[in-house]
Ligand binder design. Structure first.
Ligand code: NI
Length: 145
C-alpha cells in the first residue's frame, strides 16, 4: 500500500457560534472565533489517498487529476468565501476545522478515481490542525441563516 498526498490552500472567513447558546456562552466557548463581524484564516488542506500503483503507469492517482478534483469540489467552493453563509455543503454547520475536515471528506469520498481516500488534514493556523480518517461521525446541522 502506498499513500500519496496533495496539498492545497484557501482563505476563508467564518464565525463560530451555536445559535442555541447565549451570547455569553458563545463568547466564552468560541472566544476570538466568535467575533460577530467575522474574521479569516489561511487554511492548508492535505488530501491523502492510499492504494496500489497502476503497474502500467506507476501512478496511484495521477496528481493532476487529484488537484482538479480537490479544486472543483472544495477549493473553488470555499476560497475567499464566508464559510457560514456562502458554501452549500457547509450550510447550518459550525465551521470549526474539525467539521470542515468531516464535510470535506464527504465531498471527496466518492470522487477518487483510483485508490481510496485515506486522510483529510487541515491546518487552521500554523500550530492548529486536524486529521480525519473517515470514521462515521455525527454533525449537528443548525437551522439558522
Ligand atoms: Ni476562527
Amino acid at each position: 500500500m502506498v499513500f500519496i498526498t496533495r496539498r492545497a490552500s484557501f482563505s476563508a472567513a467564518h464565525r463560530l457560534f451555536n445559535p442555541e447558546f447565549t451570547d455569553e456562552q458563545n463568547e466564552r466557548i468560541f472566544d476570538k472565533c466568535n467575533n460577530p463581524n467575522w474574521h479569516g484564516h489561511n487554511y492548508i488542506l492535505e488530501v491523502t489517498i492510499c492504494g496500489h500503483p497502476n503497474p502500467a503507469t506507476g501512478y496511484l492517482t495521477d496528481l493532476k487529476d487529484l488537484k482538479k478534483i480537490i479544486n472543483e469540489n472544495i477549493i473553488e467552493k470555499v476560497d475567499h468565501k464566508n464559510l457560514n453563509t456562502e458554501v452549500d455543503f457547509l450550510r447550518g454547520i459550525i465551521p470549526t476545522v474539525e467539521n470542515l475536515a468531516i464535510m470535506f471528506w464527504r465531498q471527496l469520498e466518492d470522487k477518487i478515481p483510483n485508490g481510496k481516500l485515506f486522510k483529510i488534514k487541515i491546518y487552521e493556523t500554523e500550530n492548529n490542525f486536524v486529521e480525519y480518517f473517515g470514521e462515521p461521525v455525527e454533525i449537528k446541522i443548525f437551522d439558522y441563516q
